[in-house]
Design a protein around this ligand. Structure first.
Ligand code: NAD
Ligand code: TDX
Length: 337
């Protein structure tokens, strides 16, 4: 595998994955990215032009996709509309990019017989009940959990996963899939939970919790997601799905309290704002298959340390996130969030 096509490689996880490839492999990368509001040329700017090139285009544009797939040894598909709150305001780009875009890519890899890895989310499984305090062995998602997406975003990702499996079974497409939990780390847009709170705190404002902050997310450092995707691409079995997670369950309230400690602020110095419609209660991943079958192991075990490093990264990269901050906050304020 010498030349990879990475869709959505100018977004948060895609860009971190490209950095991971440059540091740990010899592959050459072509990024296909539409450069939506969520993308960043800067995230790729430090990488050598001899190994990374960026094609600005739409994953739902069959002509461009066919041309790029024809010259790649394998494709890793990150491109998507990714924010749940935006999908509640306007679902249309979610259907177009996440479903039609994945369909377009599948047709191209079918024509060219190209290996594909499809990147998806644990949100396709819907949510789990919150854990009673003191309860043992709480339920977690596995590869056998039934699909039950809640939001337009997660429904569009679920649809894309179904298309990939159907193309494997019906047309013999050489694809693997992964469903990962919530990522954090550098280059994440300020609309998302952790960067929003970090940048509010840098600005001397209070973090904003939806409701009382009881909802639970299963956090994984983005580098660990990258190593999982590379492991599955190179060692995974065709047609298989692997769940990716690092045993990082925390309530949103706990995350905010950890951030408040990092900033030396009182633990109750946050605001409760309007809750998200249909807000999933809890996500939790059982990554046993990936760990035992492919020997993958996350490297960022300490969430508090990872969070503190992420705070430092946002402090050092204010020039990058500042231009998006005011408009993002204005859109939240208009919804009472
Ligand atoms: P992101 O929104 O930060 O980046 C998405 C990228 O896709 C952007 O660069 C954007 O310009 C590009 N894009 C959007 N529409 C496009 C189109 N039509 N054609 C080409 N490029 C297009 O998202 P992210 O958080 O980096 O997520 C990447 C992938 O990982 C998504 O498929 C998402 O569902 C999945 N995922 C994300 C998380 C998470 O915690 N963020 C967790 C699990 C899975
Ligand atoms: O200001 C906020 N306050 C708040 O309490 C924001 C922006 C969010 N939240 C809550 C909602 C969620 O319970 O924090 C949690 C995390 O929110 P998001 O960062 O929007 O992530 P989530 O909706 O869990 O989805 C993320 O993980 C799965 C990614 O955005 C998806 O792309 C991925 O598939």
């Amino acid at each position: 595998m010498e030349h990879l096509l990475v869709t959505g490689g100018a977004g948060f996880i895609g860009a971190n994955f490209v950095h991971h490839l440059l540091a740990h492999t010899d592959v050459r990368v072509t990024v296909l990215d539409k450069l939506t509001y969520a993308a960043s040329r800067e995230a790729l700017a430090s990488l050598p032009a001899a190994r990374v090139d960026l094609v600005v285009g739409d994953v739902a544009d069959a002509e461009v996709v066919d041309l790029l797939v024809a010259s790649a040894d394998a494709v890793v598909h990150f491109a998507a509309e990714s924010h749940n709150d935006n999908s509640l305001t306007d679902p249309s780009p979610f259907v177009q990019t996440n479903i039609v875009g994945t369909f377009t890519l599948l047709e191209a890899v079918r024509r060219h017989g190209t290996r594909l890895h499809h990147v998806s989310t644990d949100e396709v499984y819907g949510d789990l009940p919150l854990i009673e305090s003191g309860a043992e062995d709480p339920q977690r998602f596995t590869e056998q959990t039934a699909y039950q997406p809640s939001s337009p975003y997660s429904a569009s990702k679920a649809a894309s996963d179904h298309l990939v499996r159907a193309w494997v079974r019906s047309f013999g497409v050489q694809a693997t899939l992964s469903n990962c939990s919530n990522n954090y780390g550098p280059w994440q847009h300020v609309e998302k939970f952790i960067p929003r709170q970090v940048t509010e705190l840098i600005d001397g404002r209070r973090p904003r919790l939806y409701g009382v902050g009881a909802n639970v997310r299963d956090w994984i450092h983005v580098d660990d997601h990258s190593s999982a995707v590379w492991t599955i691409l190179t060692e995974g079995r065709i047609g298989e799905t692997y769940l990716v997670g690092a045993d990082g369950e925390r309530s949103n309230l706990e995350v905010v309290q950890t951030l408040l400690e990092v900033f030396g602020r009182p633990r109750d110095d946050f605001e409760s704002v309007a809750d998200r419609a249909g807000h999933d209660l809890r996500y939790a991943i059982d990554a046993t298959k990936l760990r035992t079958e492919l020997g993958w192991c996350p490297q960022h075990a300490d969430f508090t340390e990872g969070l503190a490093q992420t705070v430092e990264w946002y402090r050092a990269h204010e020039a990058w996130w500042r231009p998006a901050k005011a408009a993002t906050e204005a859109a939240y304020a208009a919804k009472g969030q």
